[in-house]
Design a protein around this ligand. Structure first.
Ligand code: PEP
Ligand code: MN
Length: 340
């Protein structure tokens, strides 16, 4: 980090600033030029508050050279992280498919879908019990009853389960859930992220609708700073000016995230486009870009789905997609994770 001083900065004030930086446990490199005087901060600057430096009357600018995230940063952890969910792995060459309905609607619906996605080769079963809907009048999910059905489907199929947690008060109730999903709308629910950091649960963190890559990684950092290293990043499309798709899949997020961070990256092509026929081409793009997995919505009767029917694949189309995915993942040198 570099602090640029104002031209008329008085020596006493500069000394005081150097002392303040020293108290933060950082070394400094002071350099007085003809035109500008700068102080280089050496050490772990992730905890330095740039705003408070800027508030100092002798400071004209502060520039970060290194990223504000540390635990999630590849610079300090060059190896890819593998998140191991009871033997089912994601990352470092292990490619996992998470599939299931947007929302759990009934025992019959979930059982049918769970069996078929397992048969097709999914490594995880997803299903929303608590749904973050834009309208309070839309179906909000089956809540605790849905969670019970999901746990029963886990028992029946043996597939590890993924479901969305909306509040830190639910952590105890989600004890038997294998992967806790933090939805796009909760990516910056910092209290939730902090509490999840105190657990060792694998977390599927979805990118916020309008979040930058740095904000996304800072949210991962919240979880990891608490001591939980088991974070999986999920790109699910961002808001743009385009109206023909629900969101725009930011495919460049995959190489960017993998360059900046060691965490596994999963693509959700269902929410990214919001259109069932686009799930397949976007899945192919995700694999080619280097993703570690896919999360895909599957419904036995998309036309009647209570949530996200337009983007849901039928079990048959999901099965066909899996053939394509397996071949392409193998081409990229990935190993498809499977339960059991
Ligand atoms: C979901 O996975 O069903 C969901 C609500 O996703 P997102 O948070 O990405 O909108
Ligand atoms: Mn959905």
């Amino acid at each position: 980090m570099i602090v640029i001083l104002k031209k008329d900065a008085q020596k006493a004030k500069i000394d005081s600033l150097l002392q303040t930086i020293d108290a933060l446990g950082l070394k400094t490199h002071y350099s007085q030029g003809d035109e500008t005087t700068i102080i280089g901060l050496i050490g772990d600057t992730s905890k330095v508050d740039t705003d408070s430096l800027l508030a100092n009357e002798i400071v004209s600018d502060v520039r970060r050279i290194s990223e504000p995230y540390k635990a999630a940063n590849r610079r300090f952890h060059p190896e890819d992280t593998v998140v191991d969910v009871g033997g089912v792995k994601i990352g470092q060459g292990f490619f996992s498919i998470i599939a299931g309905p947007c929302s759990i609607e009934s025992e019959a619906q979930l059982t049918t879908i769970a069996k078929s996605v397992k048969q097709s080769g999914a490594a995880f079963l997803r299903g929303g019990a608590f749904k973050p809907r834009t309208s309070p009048y839309s179906f909000q999910g089956m809540e605790n009853d849905g969670l019970k059905l999901l746990l029963a489907a886990k028992k029946m199929t043996g597939l590890p389960i993924v479901t969305e947690i909306m509040s830190e008060t639910q952590i105890e109730d989600f004890e038997d859930v294998d992967v806790l999903q933090v939805g796009a709308r909760n990516m910056q629910n910092f209290r939730l992220l902090k509490e999840l950091g105190k657990t060792r649960k694998p977390i599927l963190l979805k990118r916020g609708l309008s979040s930058t890559i740095e904000e996304f990684l800072m949210s991962a950092e919240y979880i990891m700073a608490g001591g939980n290293p088991n974070v999986i990043l999920c790109e699910r499309g961002i808001r743009t000016f385009e109206t023909m798709v629900r969101n725009t899949l930011d495919i460049s997020a995959v190489p960017l995230l993998k360059r900046q961070s060691h965490l596994p990256v999963v693509i959700d092509p269902s929410h990214a486009a919001g259109i069932a026929w686009m799930v397949e081409p976007l899945s192919r793009a995700a694999i080619a870009a280097g993703a570690d997995g896919l999360m895909i919505e599957v419904h036995n009767n998309p036309k009647e789905a209570l949530c996200d029917g337009a983007q849901s694949l039928t079990p048959e189309s999901f099965d066909a997609l899996m053939g394509q995915v397996a071949a392409r993942a193998a081409f990229e040198g990935k190993v498809m994770s499977r339960h059991g």
